[in-house]
Design a protein around this ligand. Structure first.
Ligand code: NYM
Ligand code: MG
Length: 214
């Protein structure tokens, strides 16, 4: 638990394929919440600036070869590098908005053929998001948007495999997962996410009030 502080921050994660609009939407939510006067921090995974993130960045840019199992563990370790600061920020009342998290970790590695539950194991115990917004784009929209760069995984074949893994119900079990149709106008998407955030915030406050003994 996060303790009983009435000002705990909320933790929101954006997930989806490459080019699904996660960065745009996560930054729009950050802007909206900070304009509303909330303390908010945006972050992304991989965090390429940490020691482990440096290796991940080299791997993604094809300047480093690593076994699939090893790089999977690095992606997870990269989240563990940030876990303590995430918890501290949430406790201090800062809301965190995160572009990709453990769900990408599992979907991309399982798409390469690694066992799904083996992929889930190293992330167990990480701070759990209060809401996950999965930006769904169908194959056709994805193909139209895909001016892919030359990073690893940025090709139609891999994206199709990742898309299939993101559908696995084991990813959504025990978390507040919201599918968002990412093929629409970005302001329409943003409005839908904003109202989902307010619902989650209200639920959180009600739950916390119930938990306080009178
Ligand atoms: N990726 C991201 C993984 O394979 N595992 C992970 O745990 C995470 C967080 O990194 N193609 C992949 C998905 C992306 C790539 O991320 C770089 P981005 O958000 O495209 O910069
Ligand atoms: Mg990308």
């Amino acid at each position: 638990t996060w303790g009983s502080s009435a000002t705990r921050g909320l933790f929101f994660v954006f997930e989806g394929l490459d080019r699904s609009g996660k960065s745009t939407q996560s930054k729009k939510l950050e802007e909206y919440l900070s304009k509303a006067g909330r303390s908010v921090k945006w972050m992304c995974f991989p965090n390429r600036k940490t020691p482990i993130g440096t290796a991940i960045d080299l791997y993604l840019r094809r300047q480093l070869e690593l076994p699939d199992e090893a790089v999977h563990r690095l992606f997870s370790a990269n989240r563990w590098e940030m876990a303590k600061s995430i918890v501290e920020d949430l406790r201090a009342g800062t809301t965190i908005i995160c572009d990709r998290y453990a769900f990408s970790g599992v979907a991309y590695s399982a798409a390469k053929g690694l066992d799904f539950s083996w992929c889930q194991a190293p992330d167990r115990g990480l701070p759990c998001p209060d809401g996950i917004f999965f930006l769904h784009i169908d194959e056709k929209v994805g193909a139209a948007r895909s001016n892919f760069g030359d990073e690893r995984y940025e090709n139609a074949e891999m994206q199709a495999k990742v898309r299939a893994q993101f559908k696995d119900p084991r990813l959504r079990a025990n978390v507040h997962w919201k599918d968002v149709n990412g093929a629409r106008d970005m302001e329409v998407i943003h409005a839908e996410i904003r109202s989902a955030v307010e619902v989650i915030r209200q639920e959180d406050q009600e739950n916390r009030q119930r938990a306080i003994p009178r």
